[in-house]
Design a protein around this ligand. Structure first.
Ligand code: DGY
Length: 344
């Protein structure tokens, strides 16, 4: 029997590409150049599975075909707000993602940003590289202490909980949580955390705010000007979730007028394009979407896609199904469940 035809849209870790090539009739993207919408439309007619990732914009334009040979999009990454749910449902596609394997490393990057902002590490590094450091002095680049402070976590899924673990057990921080659904008392008690009802309740109480909610239209500009104004003037905002969750223009305002203490971003609205005003903000630390960027995690993500493909082509329900059904038909019972799955 012919092997399923599989298209990988970006370069993946070699160990995973090798495994994929053993089990499928695979086309690798050796040039690592993102596909255009037209190339996606062609691929939908030629491959049984397409394995996209966060840099692929699978909006209505890329999915605008009358019918598809493709039956599954095995997304390499946990977030899937770059995939248009209505369009994939219309084509009867199944979509899977890669949760769990990246929770530790994404929380590590959130903590990296938090510490860099608190201790002004970005400013210090820039000063030193520019040759402007004049030596130690008691008033030089004084930051803020982390231990014992309050961390507000918005979105208490797997990554949010890993962030809480690091902050509470590593740095003795108090944890406040805001989440769409009620978090069980057992989970909260692991981190001695308190859940508040609304984002508005959380922001004024937190010394640091870390975003771990899904992206997409529902959470676009969840952190807007009005909400930034609710933060403490010393408060520090960390975003490792999705760029669109923060209104970047409002953030630039808050940073420029010192109405918040600083921010750390690993994700950007419309990345890799960066709003040039962000580059002018001294109290901002920026990383180029490194959350899951470790060898272990990037391989883990790839092998998780392989597991999902294996189940799908064997007629079993893939463990990380987020849209559609194992047989590629959209089930009405999945409607509206995708964000819950992501943050659960
Ligand atoms: C994801 O998986 O959604 C990340 O943003 C990329 O690791």
């Amino acid at each position: 029997m012919a092997l399923p035809k599989v298209l990988v849209t970006r370069r993946w870790p070699k160990a995973v590409e090798d495994q994929l090539s053993k089990h499928y009739d695979v086309t690798l993207n050796t040039g690592d150049v993102p596909l255009t919408p037209a190339q996606f439309r062609t691929a939908l007619g030629e491959y049984d599975a397409i394995l996209p990732t966060v840099t692929d914009n699978l909006g209505p334009e890329a999915l605008d075909v009358p019918k598809a040979r493709t039956r599954i999009l095995g997304n390499y990454g946990v977030g899937f707000s770059h995939i248009n749910e209505t369009a994939v449902k219309g084509l009867g596609l199944t979509v899977t993602n890669t949760p769990d394997v990246l929770s530790d490393c994404t929380a590590d990057i959130a903590m990296t940003l938090l510490l860099m902002c608190a201790r002004r590490a970005g400013e210090g590094e820039r000063e030193l590289r520019a040759g402007d450091w004049t030596g130690w002095r008691p008033t030089h680049l004084v930051g803020t202490k982390v231990a014992g402070k309050t961390l507000g976590i918005i979105g208490f899924g797997r990554i949010g909980q890993e962030m809480a673990r690091r902050a509470h057990f590593g740095f003795g921080m108090n944890i406040l949580v805001q989440n769409r659904s009620r978090v069980s008392a057992d989970v909260l008690s692991k981190f001695n955390a308190t859940q508040v009802d609304t984002v508005e309740d959380l922001l004024p109480q937190a010394d640091f705010v870390s975003l771990h909610c899904p992206g997409g239209a529902a959470n676009r500009h969840l952190i807007n000007g009005a909400r930034l104004d609710l933060m403490k003037p010393t408060g520090i905002l960390i975003n490792t979730a999705r760029g669109e969750v923060v209104d970047e223009r409002a953030l630039v305002q808050s940073l420029s007028f010192d109405t918040i203490g600083g921010a750390g971003l690993d994700v950007f609205d419309g990345e890799p394009r960066i709003n040039p005003d962000l580059l002018q903000c001294d109290k901002l630390v920026m990383l180029p979407h490194l959350g899951s960027a470790t060898k272990e995690t990037r391989e883990g993500m790839g092998f998780r896609v392989l597991e999902n493909l294996k189940d799908f082509f064997a007629g079993r329900r893939p463990r990380d199904l987020v849209i559609g059904t194992p047989m590629g038909e959209t089930s009405p019972s999945m409607k509206g469940k995708t964000h819950e799955l992501l943050s659960s």
